[in-house]
Design a protein around this ligand. Structure first.
Ligand SMILES: [Zn+2]
Length: 384
């Protein structure tokens, strides 16, 4: 990665000496034979490393043709890098701990540290950071230390698909230390391929010398057969989340059916909005959304038609309700424990009550249509 420095860069010189100057071959004291100059970004500013290179003065010694670099050089920056370890760690931390995007990292490096790097260069450093991190995560000695106090191991395997059509990433995790052991993208997850990963996990547990108490996964055939073959006698439990989802399937199907029914009943939002806009003589995009499409369509239309004032407060109310109801109808969030249809029914009930509340107020003499009692649930719904 050749880096172009501006001509007027003000480098701070750092002179580095070889500390152990005995020749590795003959033991004589080595001489300085050359200098290597390197330019680097550090968080404290641009630095010029002046590395004094040593060799053995005896022309007949094998140490004569080799040079030795100062030992500390590699602790400041790896060879050929334009940044020091400190900048490298700063980038990796921002990316993986704070989840910054590359353009944000680039801008902050420039603003806060006057370090100018291209997106490409930052991308490459992030790649290396990732590789080092992965190597570190899988370092057997570090793992041994981590698992020293652990009595038994609980393993899980799952396939994650980042996006439809992408290859599936199979991840083996250990749950007592909450650690990803390893992951591999398999284009075709045949039983043999999956079993290879499970065998790899077995190799790790053997290296750690710890018993496996339990395996967790979904019920993919390849998982079931692979785990049974590699870990005979180890209990294999079905993932609770998958289990719950399957148990709840009839409920979710009924819930989905109910949603369809509610959507059938509560519809025509667009027509209601257009009617209001037409009556106002608005062709363009006014508050382009909304009427309260709730099941109370007829109730709503009536005050709209009777409101002849140019200010059209009733029309405004209608146009305010519409996006809210649309959001309720489009909200598909919720799992087995919060079926989306139930949430939808609750939210629509609140809308109905809210409309009724407004109509009652009006009958009571108040013509202030702006005092709308908003349904609480609907405010959280997104208007897609
Ligand atoms: Zn020598």
């Amino acid at each position: 990665m050749p880096y172009r420095w501006p001509a007027d860069t003000d480098f701070v010189p750092w002179e580095l000496d070889v500390l152990d100057r005995r020749c590795g071959a003959c033991g004589r004291r080595m001489h300085i034979c050359d200098h290597r100059f390197r330019h680097l970004h550090t968080l404290e500013g641009p630095v010029e490393l002046i590395c004094k290179l040593n060799h053995c003065p005896d022309p007949h010694c094998p140490g004569h043709t080799r040079t030795k670099s100062p030992e500390v050089e590699a602790t400041i920056a790896p060879p050929h890098w334009a940044i020091g370890w400190d900048v490298f760690c700063w980038i990796g931390h921002r990316r993986f701990s704070r989840h910054w995007a590359i353009p944000q990292i680039r801008a902050e490096l420039l603003d806060a540290h006057r370090i100018k790097l291209s997106d490409d260069a930052i991308g490459q450093y992030i790649h290396r950071y990732q590789a080092m991190l992965a190597a570190r995560q899988q370092d057997p000695e570090a793992l041994l230390r981590l698992y020293q106090a652990v009595d038994e191991i609980i393993l899980s395997i799952d396939g994650l698909q980042p996006e439809k059509g992408h290859e599936t990433l199979y991840v083996v995790r250990e749950l007592t230390c909450k650690r990803v052991w390893f992951a591999e993208a398999l284009i075709s997850a045949t039983a043999d391929e999956v079993r290879r990963l499970i065998a790899q996990a077995k190799g790790w547990t053997e290296a750690l010398g710890k018993p496996v108490a339990l395996w967790l996964s979904d019920r993919q055939d390849a998982f079931v057969t692979g785990i049974a073959a590699e870990f005979p006698g180890v209990p294999h439990r079905y993932c609770q989340n998958h289990f719950l989802r399957d148990v709840a399937r009839p409920v979710l199907e009924a819930d989905s059916h109910t949603k369809v029914q509610m959507r059938k009943k509560v519809r025509g939002l667009r027509k209601i909005e257009q009617a209001v806009l037409k009556r106002r003589g608005v062709a363009g995009p006014e508050p382009a959304a909304g009427a309260d499409a709730a099941a109370t369509t007829a109730v709503i239309i009536e005050p709209v038609e009777s409101a002849a004032s140019p200010a059209d407060p009733a029309g405004a109310v209608v146009l305010d309700y519409c996006p809210s109801v649309r959001g309720i109808l489009n909200d598909d969030q919720g799992g087995p424990l919060q079926p989306p249809g139930l949430r939808m029914a609750r939210a629509l009930d609140e809308v109905r009550e809210s409309i009724q509340h407004n109509l009652d107020e009006k009958k009571g003499g108040s013509r202030n249509s702006n005092s709308v009692a908003w349904p609480v649930a609907s405010t959280g719904a997104s208007t897609k």
